[in-house]
Design a protein around this ligand. Sequence first.
Ligand code: ADP
Ligand code: 5GP
Length: 197
Amino acid sequence: MKEGKLVIFSAPSGAGKTTIVKHLLSLDLNFGFSISATTRKPRGAEQDGKDYYFLSPEDFRSRIDHDEFLEWEEVYPGCLYGTLKSEVDRICKNGQNILFDVDVVGGSNIKKYYREKALAVFIQPPSIQELENRLIARSTDHIEVIKSRIAKAEHELSYANLFDIIIINDRLDDAFREAEDKVRQFLEKSPDWKNCN
Ligand code: ADP
Ligand code: 5GP
């Protein structure tokens, strides 16, 4: 059986990475989505066990103590997010490639850990103003939450050079095409991953 490969998408919130990740998941690329754990509440139509594992802060902390995370971050004050090692095992044992949607710190850490086994993609918004417009238009967060995300975005943009490729998500169709091309090239050319760790 061919073993899976890893593709990481990171970006400041609102840049469009979830939109691009969902597009890639709809293609014939044999991806399993790494479902992260978070202590934030579900928004919109999000479902537990599909979009995220929504955990209480106590449950999340206990899993940190039991070393269950590949990586975790307090992405926003009081809001923990992390990749469970069990997710990587689950998807790998299914014989699928793994797609991660994580913040820029988590993404650069996963890349450092897996090195050439992983393709790290940074999704860049055309501008901070456009990022704010998208978060407001998405209508899923309170204005205070949007402000805290925008305040962090400038710093997050400075992580771009730690990634293998940067895709500017200006016109969505172009970003879809570029993401698909780069991911297909990586899946075809990179060596197989011979075991699940
Ligand atoms: P992220 O996962 O990075 O926080 P989303 O994928 O949720 O971002 O996108 C944020 C909002 O911007 C969503 O409402 C999405 O539909 C919209 N969006 C994504 N890409 C574009 C684009 N190229 N042009 C305009 N709106 C976009
Ligand atoms: P959101 O609340 O908009 O779903 O996500 C907020 C940020 O947390 C995004 O940048 C998202 O990629 C990031 N994130 C989601 N899951 C993880 C994870 O497992 N680890 C890390 N480090 N960040 C994550």
